[in-house]
Design a protein around this ligand. Structure first.
Ligand code: HEM
Length: 177
């Protein structure tokens, strides 16, 4: 009889716990997942334009080819973001951000600026970095990681520097303190 009672208690116990958990879930803020890009979180509506990329593209496809085309740019951005989120100087800024979206839009932005057959669909640099409190030193750390990523994927120094020169003026929109 005692064994039966224990069994009943054990079987019955999880039900109210689950109900409680379900109620708690309802109190969390809603996260709207994007229906357009799987795995991404919806952002406030904005007007899409290549002008949001923050730089005019190189003419021709030479730079795009030097970076290895779509595969090369994709590999560089993956290494770049992996390094950033593991860099103790700036990792904290990326906690709780949508890195699926950031990886995708960075690939678009780099591809577009490099003269590839790519459109940029992300937000402009000023509004996407406005609330992040980025300092000049954070920008330096980010660029350092990008240089290492480009070197790892065989981009010659001259091409690296030409690309960095396109990104440099974005500092004024990204660094806010
Ligand atoms: C030239 C320099 C930079 C470029 C080209 C750049 C590019 C981008 C792009 C394309 C996005 C995605 C925009 C979108 O979601 O629509 C983004 C988001 C982001 N960037 Fe940058 N960025 C730069 C500098 C920095 C720096 C220095 C930091 C901090 C160390 C930073 C932190 C972030 C974070 C946390 C997000 C995600 C924001 C969000 O999802 O709301 N960025 N950046």
């Amino acid at each position: 009889m005692r064994a039966l009672l224990i069994a009943v208690v054990l079987v019955a116990a999880p039900a109210p716990l689950l109900a409680q958990e379900a109620e708690d879930d309802l109190t969390l803020p809603p996260v709207v997942m994007s229906t357009e890009f799987p795995g991404e979180i919806e952002v406030e509506p904005y007007e899409r334009s290549n002008a949001n990329a923050g730089a005019t593209p190189f003419e021709g496809t030479e730079m795009w080819e030097t970076f290895g085309g779509a595969d090369g740019v994709s590999a560089i951005v993956e290494t770049f973001v992996d390094r950033i989120v593991a860099d103790p100087r700036i990792a904290e800024i990326f906690v709780a951000q949508d890195l699926v979206r950031t990886r995708r839009t960075l690939k678009e932005q780099f591809g577009y600026i490099l003269g590839g057959p790519v459109a940029y669909s992300g937000r402009d640099m000023r509004s996407s970095h406005a609330d992040l409190g980025i300092q000049s030193a954070d920008m330096g750390a980010l660029v350092e990681n990008l240089q290492i990523a480009m070197s790892e994927h065989g981009v010659p120094f001259r091409a690296q520097n030409r690309f960095l020169a396109k990104l440099a003026p974005m500092r004024r929109d990204v660094v806010t303190r």
